[in-house]
Design a binder for this molecule. Structure first.
Ligand SMILES: Nc1ncnc2c1ncn2[C@@H]1O[C@H](COP(=O)(O)OP(=O)(O)OP(=O)(O)O)[C@@H](O)[C@H]1O
Length: 240
């Protein structure tokens, strides 16, 4: 199977007096999609930020590609989509994609082809020449996702990528995530959509600062004696 792309061991994180993460153990293997689910405020984005080295750990270790984070050089191999969009409003979608693509080191020969490919995945082809200031919230999310996909990174870290995206396009995006996995690349994804959690190879349930359960959806459903990940989630939270 090879070394994990992400390896979090006993990760802890405090913000002042608030302990958000107590003991997070989680791995993402090559060719695997791992879903991170949990109630709002459970610390999903914090897990991601500590993994990327954007927040300093209060304990434990975060390794990506076998190297302890933070490590600037590794960031070029990671496609990160944050929960808030970091886009240039005054530029068009196309200009944003080209700018980020060149920053990621894609060469000028390849850039147009890659921009066209990722724009198609998120169904933005016909809106590429519009300024981002005229985009809807969902269009901005889609553009952010397209930017994360640029450069064919070995690892994608996606924080709620499908918020505001309609079901047909969501399906198309998941088909692309499946192709990425099949190429041996890896994805860590947070979601509130339980149908999406079902599509992950393994799901980590974050509760009270810990990974309460971490396994394939079918195994979790068996363990909790329920039929869906949504019911696993509710049962783990103590909601009857
Ligand atoms: N920079 C920060 N400073 C102080 N507190 C923070 C900071 N970042 C996050 N927190 C706190 O940590 C907790 C977890 O936040 P986080 O954004 O990781 O949750 P989440 O599970 O991603 O939530 P959601 O599903 O709503 O996006 C929250 O109580 C939040 O207020």
């Amino acid at each position: 199977m090879g070394e994990p792309m992400i390896d979090l061991q006993h990760l802890a994180k405090d913000f002042g007096k608030q302990t958000v993460l107590k003991d997070i153990n989680l791995t993402v293997n090559p060719g695997e999609i791992v879903g991170l689910i949990g109630p709002s405020g459970a610390g999903k984005s914090t897990v991601i930020k500590v993994t990327l080295g954007m927040e300093v750990t209060s304990g434990g270790s975060a390794k990506v590609f076998g190297t302890t984070m933070p490590n600037r050089e590794l960031l070029g191999r990671i496609g990160y989509m944050a929960q808030t969009d970091a886009l240039y409003d005054a530029l068009s979608g196309q200009e944003n994609l080209k700018f980020y693509g060149l920053m990621k080191g894609i060469n000028r020969k390849e850039i147009d082809e890659q921009v066209a490919y990722v724009a198609n995945v998120v169904d933005l082809t016909k809106d590429l020449n519009k300024r981002v200031s005229g985009y809807s919230g969902g269009m901005m999310r889609r553009l952010s996702l397209a930017i994360a996909l640029l450069g064919k990174p070995d690892l994608l870290i996606l924080d709620e990528p499908t918020v505001g995206i309609d079901p047909a396009l969501r399906r198309q995006i998941w088909a692309e995530l499946g192709r990425i996995r099949d190429e041996g690349r890896s994805i860590l994804i947070t979601t509130h959509v339980m149908d999406e959690a079902e599509l992950c190879g393994r799901v980590a349930l974050l509760l009270d600062g810990k990974v309460m359960a971490f396994d394939a959806p079918a195994i979790l459903e068996q363990q909790y004696q329920v039929k869906t990940i949504e019911e696993v989630f509710l049962k783990a939270e103590g909601v009857e």
